[in-house]
Design a protein around this ligand. Structure first.
Ligand SMILES: [Zn+2]
Length: 254
């Protein structure tokens, strides 16, 4: 059997049998790969560690017919603060779920891998008040790097420069000025939201989480991101539902 060496991060780890696990690994060169890890559940040593969610390792694999088989691996790093915190873990599981759909099996997509790794690194050190900004920036940037970069500077209909207030059209991928309210699914968006969208679309993966936004902007981007992600990935992601439903509803009357 052919031997393949690659570095990657585990984004899914499931029990396959009493002793074995099947893991999904994101790699720069091979995209997303599926790996059978024999004895991973029995092992308290290296194989047990390298097959855990978000472990980064250098993998040595046999290339099987349907999936890779783990021969050996050298552990590189993991993100201990995420492992210990159920809320951080839920956010990162949600990011990993999206990556399962964005990065295809066997297709290299280094931009997506970098994007995912920066999100994980930031979640590892983030405070709870930063989680939602990280999630929204991660979600929107994910859709943008898939190729759906919306038109963010001028009104789609009249080319008028957009700065203060606008409508974001989900189906037409971009902004409409206030005089040209689009039909179909849209979200009203204000100055800081417009600036945030431009920042998310244009900054480097490394700098993505440096921007801070107000709670009002978070709210408008939440609506936009949910609709845009569901429309472009044609899927509802549910891992966040529990956490979001437990958040205090600040706007309710006392
Ligand atoms: Zn217009």
């Amino acid at each position: 059997m052919k031997i393949v060496n690659t570095n990657g991060i585990v984004i899914k780890s499931i029990k396959y049998s009493e002793q074995d696990k099947i893991i999904t690994v994101l790699t720069r060169d091979l995209g997303r790969i599926t790996v059978m890890a024999k004895g991973a559940l029995r092992s308290k040593g290296n194989i047990g560690i390298v097959t855990r969610f978000l472990s980064c390792s250098s993998f040595c694999l046999f290339k099987g017919r349907n999936m890779f088989v783990l021969k050996d691996a050298e552990f590189i790093t993991t993100y201990p603060n995420i492992e210990l915190d159920i809320e951080k873990l839920t956010y990162c599981s949600h990011f990993a779920d999206m990556m399962m759909d964005i990065v295809q099996e066997g297709q290299s997509f280094p931009e997506a891998i970098d994007h995912f790794l920066y999100a994980i690194i930031h979640m590892n050190s983030a405070n709870p008040n930063q989680y939602e900004t990280i999630r929204l920036f991660f979600e929107l940037r994910s859709v943008f790097i898939m190729g759906y970069t919306p038109r963010l500077d001028q009104c789609i209909l009249c080319d008028k420069e957009i700065n203060e207030e606008a409508y974001f059209s989900i189906s037409n991928d971009g902004m409409y000025c206030c005089e040209h309210k689009p039909s179909g699914v849209k979200v009203e968006i204000h100055k800081q939201g417009i600036e945030a969208l431009r920042y998310i679309a244009r900054t480097s993966a490394k700098n993505l989480y440096r921007m801070q936004i107000s709670p009002e902007t978070i709210k408008s981007l939440e609506a936009l991101s949910k609709l845009y992600v569901e429309s472009k990935l044609e899927k509802k992601y549910t891992k966040m539902d529990m956490i979001l439903s437990l958040r205090p509803k600040k706007d309710l009357p006392h």
